[in-house]
Design a protein around this ligand. Structure first.
Ligand SMILES: [Zn+2]
Length: 143
């Protein structure tokens, strides 16, 4: 994508979420982990949603997980996504536990399945922002 003008909405990293976005630039999926209850947390926040602790550390996740649920978007909700339809909007459950909303790339919408193993895929959309998507961990064996 480098060099092209990027027209889609971009994330605006905050003080809380900046380590996550620095992670995607480094090809790392970073999660927060609570120092008090041990739970891993996504999305980034200032307080543990499980025990209200403010003691959150950043850890590097495997970047692997599975499709928990998905839908195929056939009508763009924003003009900038018009050229992408149909595309897959999914909830991926990471091996570490947290679920996140993402896109599944590198596979046709018709080949996505619930429980399909996936891995992080990074897309440098601007010099400052690298988006996190997911792609099949193993190639689709549908042929
Ligand atoms: Zn906690």
């Amino acid at each position: 994508m480098a060099g092209e003008e990027y027209r889609k909405p971009l994330p605006q990293p905050s003080e809380t979420s900046r380590p996550f976005w620095q992670g995607t630039q480094a090809r790392e999926l970073r999660l927060q982990q609570c120092r008090d209850c041990g739970k891993r947390i996504f999305y980034p926040r200032a307080i543990c949603p499980f025990c209200l602790s403010e003691h959150l550390d950043w850890v590097v996740a495997t970047g692997k997980g599975k499709v928990y649920s998905y839908t195929v978007v056939r009508r763009a909700m924003h003009p900038a996504f018009q050229e992408d339809v149909p595309y897959v909007l999914a909830i991926v459950e990471l091996d570490e536990g947290p679920r996140l909303t993402t896109n599944i790339v590198g596979v046709g919408p018709e080949d996505v399945r619930v429980d399909m193993p996936v891995q992080a895929a990074y897309d440098d959309v601007t010099p400052d922002i690298t988006l996190l998507n997911f792609e099949p961990l193993l190639g689709p064996e549908m042929n």
